[in-house]
Design a protein around this ligand. Sequence first.
Ligand code: GLP
Length: 257
Amino acid sequence: MRVMVVPDAEAVGRHAAALVADMVAGHAAAGRGTVLGVAAGATPVGLYRQLQAHVATGLDFARVAAFALDEYLGLPPEHPALFARCFQAHLPPCALTVIASRPAGDLAAYCAGYEQAIAAAGGIDLQLLGIGGNGHIGFNEPGSSLGGRTRPVALSAETRAANAGAFAPGEAVPEAAITMGTGTILEARRILLLATGAAKAAAVAAAVEGPLTAGLPASALQLHADATLLLDEAAASRLTRRAYYDAEAALPRRLDS
Ligand code: GLP
């Protein structure tokens, strides 16, 4: 894993947007589109806003396809906490495929169809991720199989409490969701996980420096050949090998010069 630390959340959004814009522009120059896996939640909103700015100044997003990482199950289509609404509000216009909160018919068949749609698009070039305070990625809660596929999942009490702010006071947070599995996520050609704030520092440290374990799904990124964690100082504050990560992050520039 590559660990990159920048001063604050604003810089995380800016650097992440520059990485995404570079990839999209590079693919466009080569005559091909880009397939993104997109995360909802508060953390990536700055990235999506910055991407809108890149598009406003000439980045061609027309051949980008985006696949949602996860979604609550059971919410009505107009509910403000739906992840689909986050993507519709913040992503630059693109071919967006969201996960239905109330899929018709058999759930397992729906999830298999979602995986087939990703494969038919050519697989995910870049998967964007946040991280839960308990180390979840998507809605792969601690204990989820590291090889798991897109499927319905139960949400842990801690995740439901952490996400309660997106719901009206007293309103129940859904007990279930559909998420790409950790195995699905690991098939992306590149992964970019964003984390900001001290509340993520323990999960980030465990993901980077702890053992590879289903007990902390983000630790699965240790298996991926091209995974980057882009952190602000607060989210990086519990890492113990910071000098090494900084040297690694600086290496490409040093080899160039
Ligand atoms: C949520 C979502 C994840 C998200 C994470 C962090 O529960 N299932 O996709 O990355 O938790 O959310 P936030 O960025 O709001 O802290």
